[in-house]
Design a protein around this ligand. Structure first.
Ligand code: NAD
Length: 251
């Protein structure tokens, strides 16, 4: 028996490529009307909207920098004026600026913390107002296994992603009584622009260590995000679900 298609509305930040794009497609296929947030690439954003429309779904692309409070306010207002409600927020926008701590500039530190952590704060704060009015909603944060186990060369990214785990659990406790769930998904190594930059030798080594024998695909993560957004996950909140092919199993 297949699940009823959703009539809900979902915002996905940083949506035009990689995991965000796959999440938009997956949510649109599940029936959500999708707001694909992007920062700069109009062409990619429009191609995503067209792809969703071709599949019979509904989507709009809204430009906003998730690190700028006024932009985020515009994103939520734009969503409400277009679709009249907001059911799901996927905090997906993220960047890396990898280097050893000894060489890390304050700019690299601030950029990564601001995009990955403050961006989720600004978007969640703006999104929970309409969700509280509806007394329902779901927020899903893209953290990383790096935030759980650490990684040399990524102190800024690991701190931001570990921060997102604390943020997820704390907000889950704040808004649970209003019918809003807050969860995190922690991908391992997924084939996107973020991991394209890794040397082939390192990717080969990582691959041999993954029990499922391959790097992840954006669709592997998108399915879990869509599950957390769905009624099937209604009794899950404050959870962090790893999607890493078994690379980092909890002991
Ligand atoms: P990606 O670089 O392909 O996509 C990230 C998107 O975020 C881009 O479209 C970018 O334009 C957007 N973005 C960046 N700053 C923004 C801002 N200020 N405002 C709006 N959009 C902004 O990367 P991805 O691999 O698809 O990563 C998606 C998420 O998953 C990120 O949060 C990342 O940290 C996380 N993640 C990825 C992996 C992986 O292996 N690829 C692993 C763990 C976690």
């Amino acid at each position: 028996m297949s699940a009823e298609p959703s009539s809900g509305v979902a915002i996905v930040t940083g949506a035009v490529r990689g995991i965000g794009r796959a999440v938009c497609l997956e949510l649109a296929r599940a029936g959500y009307r999708v707001v694909a947030n992007y920062r700069g690439d109009d062409e990619l954003a429009q191609s995503l909207v067209s792809e969703i429309a071709q599949e019979g779904g509904h989507a709009v692309a809204l430009r906003a920098d998730v690190t700028v409070a006024d932009d985020v306010a515009g994103l939520i207002e734009g969503t409400l004026s277009t679709f009249g409600r907001l059911d799901v927020l996927v905090n997906n926008a993220g960047i890396t600026r990898d280097t050893l701590l000894m060489r890390m500039s304050e700019t690299d530190w601030d950029a990564v913390l601001t995009t990955n952590l403050k961006g989720a704060f600004l978007c969640s704060k703006a999104a929970i107002r309409p969700m509280m009015r509806q007394r329902s909603g779901s927020i899903i944060n893209l953290t990383s296994v790096v935030g759980l186990v650490g990684n040399a060369g990524q102190t800024n990214y690991a701190a931001a992603k570990a921060g997102l785990v604390g943020f997820t659990k704390s907000l889950a406790k704040e808004v649970g009584s209003r019918g809003i769930t807050v969860n995190a998904v922690a991908p391992g190594f997924i084939e996107t622009r973020l991991t394209d930059v890794l040397p082939d030798e390192l990717k080969g080594t990582i691959q041999t260590q993954i029990p499922l024998g391959r790097m992840g695909r954006p669709e592997d993560v998108a399915g879990v995000v869509a599950f957390l957004a769905s009624p099937a996950a209604r009794y899950i909140t404050g959870a962090v679900i790893s999607v890493d092919g078994g690379l980092f199993m909890a002991t």
